[in-house]
Design a binder for this molecule. Sequence first.
Ligand code: CA
Length: 225
Amino acid sequence: MRILIVEDEKGLNEALKAILEKSGYVTDSAYNGTDGLDFALSGIYDLIILDIMLPKISGLAILGELRQSGVSTPVLLLTAKSEVEDKIKGLDTGADDYLTKPFDTGELLARVRALTRRKGEIMDDELRYGDLCLRRSTQELSRGSSSIRLGFKEFQLLEILIMNKNQIVLKDTLCEKVWGPEDGSEYNNVEVYISFLRKKLSHLHSEVTIKSARNLGYTMEGGEK
Ligand code: CA
C-alpha cells in the first residue's frame, strides 16, 4: 500500500510519514500543491492524505483536478478547525473523508484503514494464494510448515502480484508502486527482485509461479484450484 502525503507543515508531514511507515505503509511526501498534484496524477497511490491550505495550489483545487482527470484514488482531507466550509466543499468535490487537525494517531490509522479497505483491498494480516500464505506483519512467506522471510521490496512486489491475481501487472506499475514515481533508474530492479522471488518460491516447493507476460509485466499462476 502506497500513500501520498501532501502537507506543507514539515513537522506534520514527517510525523505522518513516521506513523504510516511504522504501520507498514509506503509513503511519498509532497510539501506544496504543485508537487502534490503531479504526484497524485500518477494514479499509483492507494490513498492520498491532502492538506487544504497549501502553497501554490490549494488542496481543494488539487482534489477537483484529480476527480476531473478521472483519478479516483481515495482522498483523506486534513482540515483546520476553522475550515468548516472547506470541509463541506471538499466532500462535495469528491473527498472520501476528512480529519480535523490536531488528530490522534489511532484515529488517523483507523481512517486510513477504512479508506484503503473501501477499494476492496482488505488488510488482513494473511494474504493467501494457492499453497502460499504471505504474512504482512512479519513479511513471512510460508507453504505448509516451511517459511521464509522476504526482503521489504520482495514483500511489496509479491503483495501487489497476489492482490492483482489473474491479471498481468505491468512492470511500470510495479516499479512505480515499489520504487516510487521519481526514480526511473530502478526499472531493471523489478526483474532482479522477481528473480529473487522465484528462487524463494522454488525453495518452498510451491506450485505457484510468477510468469512473465512478454516483456510487459508479470502474472501469478498456480493458485487456482
Ligand atoms: Ca497547510
